[in-house]
Design a protein around this ligand. Sequence first.
Ligand SMILES: Cc1cc2nc3c(=O)[nH]c(=O)nc-3n(C[C@H](O)[C@H](O)[C@H](O)COP(=O)(O)OP(=O)(O)OC[C@H]3O[C@@H](n4cnc5c(N)ncnc54)[C@H](O)[C@@H]3O)c2cc1C
Length: 510
Amino acid sequence: MQVAVVWFRNALRIHDNPVLSWAYESENVDLVLPMYIFDGKIHQRSTQTMAEHRLRFQFDCVENLQQNLKNKFDLNLHIFSGDCLEVLESIREQLRSFEVLLLSEYSTNPRDKKQLEIIEKNLISTNQNWSAKSFPSSQTILDIEAIVSSPEYKPPKSMKDMVRLFKKEFGDYENIIFETNEPNPSSLKRKKSLSVNSKYQVSLDQIRPLLSTSGYFLGGENEAIARLEKKVTSQHDYVKSFNKPKSISTNVQGNPMEPTTTGLSPYISTGCLSIRRLWNSCSEIQQSSEHTVPPVSLHGQIMFREMFYLLSRSVENWDQDSGNSQCKEIEWGELDQALLDSWDSGQTGFPLIDAMMRQLNATGWMHHLGRHAVSCFLTRGQLWQNWTHGRDIFERKLIDSDWALNNGNWLWLAGVAPFSMPYYRIYNPCPDSKSSLNVETKDAEFIRYWVPELSEFPSKYIFEPHLAPLHIQESVGCLIGRDYPTPIIDRKESRKKNLQLFKLSLEKLR
Ligand SMILES: Cc1cc2nc3c(=O)[nH]c(=O)nc-3n(C[C@H](O)[C@H](O)[C@H](O)COP(=O)(O)OP(=O)(O)OC[C@H]3O[C@@H](n4cnc5c(N)ncnc54)[C@H](O)[C@@H]3O)c2cc1C
């Protein structure tokens, strides 16, 4: 008898899930054992790799997956916490009489790859009844491994390269509707769940009270589908006119939590939403009339994502600033922990930067142009800190944290990659209404919400409150330096100095 152990890692959904579909539809599989493994430190509210909102979001995703598997397929998701090899070892004996097939999603993340290597070496190769199979295109549209290993492959540097690649792969790619993998719960091949016991098994009811409360974004496939419907499927004009660089970074007027972009990233990165489902929804809407095109369209955003997945697989040391062909080794110098802490906690004295970072701390999310503002500020703009420090903080805190995308975008914003924006194009952290950061400056509602110390400040001074005359500071009850920090750096001087340092560093590399 064959049992398929379906290991959910980065595709926490039942729709368009190639791994689940295969297990469910395969003639040879008799029983299915779905499982998810949390970090061993799940009981501690946050772990080394996940800050509390990210962990809570992940928890909600797993809980919803458990419900959906039960309701739609009558399958029991086994939830463990601990080291992956130890977890599998703990159920090995119970699977002794089966032919065991360990199924998982393909991933470019070195942590995922390492886990599988260890399992291959210590479990699969030493137990004759075990084998493993990984499924491409679970997280991406492209089969990353196949593209990267084709003889013509060259690392893409721009959207033009991606358009060329998509045309070659799919022809009329803008109109394509991709086939999805939908297992049929009522098919004759209906599979039974296999149940096992392990000391590593955990109950969600026991963990839930230990975690932070859910934030603005609730995790899970049901939420993902509801958001897709609300922001994309039912919004034809929005999709057809989607123009990313023009989107407002300070969220929807009247709701400082709600993104002006789709806000689907937490669902895509956890795999609660299939990227093909999003692509297809856009294709269906766009087919009928005129629409924006890559790089600014929604299809364009998805193609950026595919580009970073390709690069993350094909570029050695993708997450390093040394030995990485996509990263110029700028001399960033030693870490200044105090500067990094001010940035991290939203206490820099620059209200836009602080509002964005406080939003990240409170919800685990930030608009793309907000990410531009804070990453530029931390690196080549003002604070001259190595991009990897900001990358690490984002990786832990973002509920859409994605190793391929986070590194790719930090490389982009630090000005060090071939696909980067020019290093001398530095954002003003105190923007006016004309800034390409697209900040709502008239009412400055976003700043007032996230930096409540400044809630009574006149809009004229709110982006640079230390310039407000003392009588204004007194009249609104917020003295700069006492109630809100004075800027930790002179933005104009640091900008000038950093431009010179960057230029000098580049010259040394030539
Ligand atoms: C410094 C920095 C770090 C980032 N780290 C991450 C990360 O860890 N995880 C993550 O998902 N995104 C990351 N991004 C990219 C981008 O900011 C988010 O994907 C986007 O803001 C998510 O919001 P949305 O879903 O409303 O995007 P939309 O504009 O609605 O786009 C739809 C989807 O396209 C993809 N996408 C959009 N922009 C990009 C991009 N620039 N690169 C790659 N894919 C993109 C995402 O999956 C997104 O959900 C980062 C950007 C910067 C500047």
